[in-house]
Write a protein that binds this ligand. Structure first.
Ligand code: NAP
Length: 606
């Protein structure tokens, strides 16, 4: 199986994951009586693993009792039993009930907009369920979505790759624990290739407008070829708008921005022909994108000034930036190790952190944390910050955030603090007054630059924009969405029959780092909605006003309980709005449960 001896493999295994593996493979819920006893776990592994490693035994899905014990071991805590089915399906522990084939009526055409992680998933799923009549369009010349678009130096994922991958395609040859952009692009393209999309995938084609045709019960969709501007109109009975929420770059509203004479690049609109080698570079912004671009640029720039409006919380991860090779790679070939590792990481990056985001209404220190656990977490993050810049009181003061952890997205440190310590790097906290032809002026002074980098994020509230969507009764759905972004289950908008926006407003999760999981939830729901439509012999379905209103009332009642809703700081979940519009105030489990099956009473069918 690998060139490593069993004893070496066992010695390098994660104790908790190994405990879950031996519990699963032995079929004995009591195989590991004490999770702290590594030597007992190793001895049990030495006894249980050999037939699975030489191929004479094959793992079988565990019964509920064994599954529960293994789940608890994998995360070192009691996992509520409600998580069992999600673990079986999402971690790949099985059994997995495959979705039944879809029997679409003759001529029923589905259009998917976007060939990123979600669009490719939707296309693959339809194809696999036997639907042939669909088209997937994307303005970019190849699939990949965000991983095609974001090409700034240092770009990578900050969720472990073994987790940030489709549940049905978990075994890519990731060279690092947290993959870089080229690897992620390769992965999404490979899944698209394996999905047999053929001619149905039309890259270099954008949707400019779509209008609901009541009589024909379909969307008349206007397409435009990016290369030559030629246009076309197609009819689509259903549309899956899988364009993503971190799509429309947000440029900072700084006086004089257009006056700068040199290159001024947004991280999401990178121009690789602009070299930063030996240049005087400004980076505006200190979020997740800046955290990746700054450490990549600092060693090559002559001078780098980072303009900070707010410090962000950063955690460290022992595997971030590390190769995935040798014995670590061999571990993932141990039957069920990869699955239990995925479950364990899924918990740490998902609902394991739910207690940290929920506001305790009686908590007296909302300016720094939202409950006792959040306060302890803040202390551990502060300790990490001290370990990085504790000997630099200037940086310590500037880098200590003044809001509770998870209020803005928590960042995995990519060498941010070490980059700020460099002699050629300065962290500037004086507010920017203006951009001039040669540089940036703050209240404290002026710097000249050769290149400006705007790591200033995205307008997450641009849900359907710039597509002009005209729905039932001539309703301007795009304008309404601009005015009041709301959608049932974060996906179905009023007066927009057979349109599924994924993710739409409040259609993804803030604490769960794995966007692929929420995409899988939404795509399952869409498929089940189409099935419902077909089984009823209906041509269209649209969310009822009552269902949408009830859903929104519940959403608005829940939102204040989440740290992201506090208004003492900004975040992209809220943007310029008066409430969070980007993420759902739910646990991952709730999101997963809510999207298993559509509730027919929430829709009117015609
Ligand atoms: P972001 O988190 O919204 O950060 C934007 C930064 O720009 C903030 O520091 C913001 O300051 C600053 N800013 C905005 N306007 C400004 C202005 N006028 N003057 C000065 N500063 C200004 O955007 P992002 O870093 O692109 O990340 C967005 C999301 O994309 C992330 O949260 C994450 O979900 C995703 N992402 C993921 C990865 C990954 O590793 N997987 C990498 C990049 C992005 P304030 O904080 O004061 O508002």
């Amino acid at each position: 199986m690998s060139s490593f001896a069993l004893s070496e493999i066992i010695a390098h295994a994660d104790r908790r994951v190994l405990a879950a593996v031996v519990t699963h493979l032995s079929g004995d819920a009591r195989a590991v009586p004490d999770l702290r006893d590594r030597s007992q776990i190793e001895a049990k592994a030495a006894e249980v693993l050999p037939p699975y490693l030489d191929g004479s035994a094959m793992p079988v899905p565990p019964d509920d009792e064994v599954l529960q014990a293994a789940m608890n071991h994998a995360v070192g805590a009691e996992v509520p039993p409600e998580y069992r089915q999600m673990a079986r399906e999402q971690a790949g522990i099985g059994p997995i009930q495959p979705l039944a084939p879809l029997q679409a009526p003759d001529g029923f055409h589905v259009l998917i907009i976007g060939s990123g992680v979600t669009g490719v998933l939707a296309a693959r799923t339809l194809h696999q369920l036997g639907m042939t009549n669909f088209t997937i369009v994307d303005r970019n010349p190849e699939p990949g979505g965000t991983w095609y678009v974001n090409r700034y130096p240092g770009c990578r994922v900050d969720t472990p790759s073994m987790l940030y991958s489709y549940s049905f395609d978990q075994d890519p040859d990731w060279p690092e624990h947290f993959s870089r952009q080229p690897e992620l692009l390769r992965y999404v393209k490979a899944v698209a290739d394996r999905s047999g999309l053929g001619e149905r995938l039309r890259n270099g084609t954008e949707v400019t407008a779509m209008t609901w045709d009541e009589e024909a019960a379909c969307w008349q969709v206007d397409l435009r070829r990016v290369a030559d501007g030629s246009t076309d109109r197609v009819a689509a009975n259903a549309v899956i708008a899988a364009m993503g929420i971190l799509r429309v770059p947000k440029y900072p509203d700084l006086p004089g921005r257009e006056r700068f004479a040199g290159p001024a690049l947004h991280t999401a609109e990178w121009d690789p022909s602009v070299s930063l080698e030996g240049k005087r570079v400004a980076v505006v912004g200190t979020g997740a994108s800046a955290n990746q671009v700054v450490p990549a640029v600092a060693p090559i720039a002559e001078k780098l000034v980072v303009f900070q409006r707010s410090a962000h919380w950063m955690m460290s991860h022992p595997k971030y930036g590390k190769q995935l090779q040798g014995i670590e790679k061999a571990l993932f070939q141990v039957p069920t190790y990869r699955e239990w590792h995925r479950f364990s990481e899924g918990w740490k990056f998902g609902d394991g952190v739910t207690p940290l985001v929920q506001v305790d209404p009686d908590w007296p220190h909302l300016e720094r944390s939202v409950n006792e656990a959040s306060d302890r977490f803040r202390a551990s993050l502060t300790e990490y910050l001290e370990s990085q810049v504790g000997d630099r009181p200037d940086l310590m003061e500037k880098c200590l955030p003044n809001f509770p952890p998870y209020g803005k997205r928590l960042i995995v440190d990519n060498g941010w603090y070490q980059a700020l310590r460099r002699d050629n790097v300065r962290l500037e906290t004086s507010p920017i007054v203006e951009v001039t032809g040669t540089g940036i002026t703050t209240r404290a002074g002026h710097d000249d630059f050769d290149v400006l980098v705007f790591a200033t994020g995205f307008q997450a509230d641009k849900v359907l924009w710039p597509i002009q969507v005209t729905g039932r009764g001539g309703v301007d759905v795009t304008a309404r969405m601009e005015e009041n972004p709301e959608a049932y289950l974060g996906l179905a908008a009023a007066d927009a029959p057979n349109l599924f926006i994924t993710p739409g407003p409040n259609g993804t999760l803030g604490h769960g780092g794995n966007g692929i999981l929420s995409a899988e939830c939404h795509v399952r729901y869409i498929v089940e909605s189409l099935r419902l439509l077909f089984e009823r012999g209906a041509r269209s379905m649209v969310v009822t006003d009552e269902a949408l209103a009830a859903y929104n009332d519940d959403l608005l009642a829940r939102l204040p309980n989440f740290v992201q809703s506090l208004t003492t700081f900004d975040n992209w979940y809220r943007g310029d709005r008066d409430r969070v519009i980007a993420i759902a105030p739910k646990s991952l489990l709730e999101f997963w449960n809510d999207t298993r099956q559509p509730d027919p009473s929430a829709y009117s069918f015609a």
